[in-house]
Ligand binder design. Structure first.
Ligand code: GCB
Length: 602
């Protein structure tokens, strides 16, 4: 396991960077997981040890082929490619690093036939220094073995069945979470360099008093030093004017008349970002290493009824989303995500939840810029057996998540689980422990769970700062009947608040809808039904907004997405208000009218 990868790789005056994205060679392993290892697939080019297919990186591999056996493959697959390291990196005594932004679910990485790192848990980055194993005068072989198997102690959990089919044995992966278990090298692979002594991490917290912004920071470095290393910290505004500087590696900066980071539609200038530049300086005054990142000055605070941003009460309007699209599955795709953000703004939303796993870092960077707030969820799916080994991995995923995302102003809350079986006795101590773990790393954001158990059976809510709940009135409950929605939603939110005395958010409600299917009077699966079901929820939300403890509404889902095959899903989950190709259903227009009118009211 690696605890690296905290800093998003960037080229600076002291660091070089290239990506290894592109078309790699690829081969699924036979069912025997040892087969590729025994035959040395990691030690020479895959195309020399058998037939290969082309595989784009980043992308899920599942939908790129034409064969169901690739889509449904369980177990290992092998990827490889060659790369060059610029010889000047060696001359300049640079360290050489590889950084995988996400490989799902587990990965072993080989460089020139040597195993250099192993990482488990998809959706989170890991990095490894490879200075000692690379060649500068010839190409290098990079091989990655990826395992998509989900078991009872992976996050998320899954189960593998052996199927005996006459003389053949094959494995079948099942899972209870409702999105396709896409796998592969899902995000950018970076090859980058740093100096020998390098900035390892930058931690930034912000505060506001009146017109003054405060930045509490800590810049840590690693590498052999014979003398003290000094720091130069500089903060620049949007027009690149330096507004404050310091020579302390850790400290407090004060910015008079600061521009604050505001959410979209809460301020004419949402998403204001400063550039925080950290440099390590030698006694002689030379720059050893330098690294820049964007920061936003904002505060998140909460009481037993309300979440505040910069001391203003917040009402969250948004969606649960997925990283999902046609062909590329969960592969990072800038076209898709710039489009998503344009639609989020078009519809007047100010927030989304990264259901049900951490998204690509580039997405948080865009959210920072646009002022879109994020409930950041760790890899999660219907936790139901609360073992120690699962607890350890769950905590590890949060360690890596918080390490990665701690500096994003857009991240306003941590979601430590989606729909765990929190009525179980063991859920109590389990979530007490997970919350304690999060609090030991970050006290600046509230912690939540998207709860699906009812208020009278759930045991996790007591440990949280904010109660989020998911409920499908008019869909899974009272299918086709819109009459109970208002009373049920109001009752459930009210009871959660009464029991826990905490702000309450509805993080999921919705109805599957096949775009183009019309029925009047409204009928399940039609566009009319989705719109009518939303209208009833809006009435409930408006009533709840009068109470003072209701802090937000998130429709499920932003867009249609792929799931495992079942008779309750038509080409996947259709609860999107956009289709999978991001075209609006009637519901998108309906939601837009509401979200824009709420923005005026707020
Ligand atoms: C839920 C889950 C979500 C599903 C959704 C549904 O409660 O949190 O992952 O996709 O319901 O549509 O069933």
């Amino acid at each position: 396991p690696s605890n690296g990868g905290a800093l998003y790789p960037r080229a600076t005056e002291t660091r070089d960077l290239r990506t290894l994205d592109g078309i790699w060679s690829f081969r699924p392993s036979p069912a025997d997981p040892e087969f590729g290892y025994r035959n040395g697939w990691y030690a020479q080019d895959l195309e020399k040890t058998g037939s290969v297919i082309h595989m784009p990186v980043p992308s899920s591999y599942n939908d790129v082929g034409e064969d169901a056996s690739l889509r449904d493959h369980v177990g290992l697959v092998w990827y490889d490619r060659r790369f060059h390291v610029p010889p000047w990196w060696q001359t300049a005594k640079q360290r050489v690093w590889l950084r995988f932004s996400s490989v799902h679910y587990a990965a072993e990485v080989f460089v020139n036939g040597k195993s250099v790192t192993y990482h488990e848990i998809g959706h989170l980055p890991f990095e490894v220094e490879i200075t000692d194993v690379v060649n500068y005068n010839t190409s290098n072989l990079l091989t990655v073995a990826v395992d998509n198997t989900l078991l009872s102690d992976t996050v998320p959990q899954g189960y593998v069945k052996q199927i005996i089919d006459f003389d053949k044995v094959r494995q079948e992966q099942t899972y209870t979470f409702d999105f396709f278990n896409y796998a592969g090298i899902h995000r950018t692979v970076f090859l980058y360099s740093t100096p020998q002594v390098y900035i390892d991490d930058v931690i930034v917290n912000t505060d506001i008093q009146g017109f003054t912004g405060f930045v509490v920071y800590n810049v840590t470095h690693k590498g052999p030093t014979t003398e003290d290393v000094l720091c130069l910290i500089q903060v620049f505004d949007k027009s690149d004017t330096q507004v404050v500087a310091s020579n302390e590696c850790a400290g407090l900066l004060e910015i008079a008349n600061a521009r604050f980071w505001w959410p979209y539609l809460m301020n004419p200038e949402p998403g204001y970002l400063y550039t925080f530049r950290a440099s390590l300086i030698s006694r002689r005054g030379d720059i050893i290493d330098t690294y820049s990142q964007k920061i936003g000055i904002r505060t998140v605070t909460w009481t037993n009824t309300t979440i505040y941003l910069n001391s203003k009460p917040l009402y969250l309007k948004g969606f649960g989303m997925h990283e999902d699209s046609d062909l590329r599955g969960k592969g990072w795709d800038p076209v898709l995500w710039v489009k998503n953000f344009n639609l989020i703004k078009w519809i007047g939303a100010n927030a989304f939840r990264t259901s049900h796993y951490p998204y690509a870092e580039e997405i948080y960077q865009l959210a920072d810029e646009y002022g879109i707030m994020i409930i950041d969820e760790c890899p999660s799916g219907d936790t139901d057996i609360f073992t120690q080994s699962l607890l350890n991995k769950h905590k590890q995923s949060l360690t890596e998540l918080i390490r990665r995302d701690k500096n994003h102003p857009s991240v306003i809350m941590w979601s430590i689980s989606n729909e765990p079986r929190s009525a179980k006795q063991q859920a109590d101590a389990y979530f007490a422990e997970v919350v304690k773990h999060v609090k030991s790393m970050d006290l600046s954001r509230p912690v939540t769970i998207a709860i699906s158990q009812y208020y009278n059976t759930d045991r996790a809510g007591q440990h949280l700062d904010v109660i989020c709940f998911n409920r499908y009135n008019g869909w899974y409950q009272n299918t086709g009947d819109l009459n109970y929605i208002v009373s049920k939603v109001v009752e459930e939110a009210t009871e959660f608040h009464r029991r826990h005395n905490k702000p309450v958010i509805m993080t999921e409600y919705g109805a599957d809808t096949v775009a183009g299917l019309h029925f009047i009077p409204e009928y399940v699966w039609s566009e009319e039904y989705q719109v009518a079901l939303m209208s009833e929820h809006f009435k409930a939300f408006d009533k709840l907004r009068q109470t003072g403890f209701f802090a937000g509404e998130f429709i499920w889902n932003f867009a249609d997405f792929k799931t495992a095959q079942t008779i309750t899903r038509v080409g996947g989950n259709r609860k999107g208000i956009f289709t999978r190709s991001r075209q609006p259903k009637a519901s998108a227009h309906h939601l837009r009218t509401r979200y824009l009118s709420l923005a005026v009211a707020d």
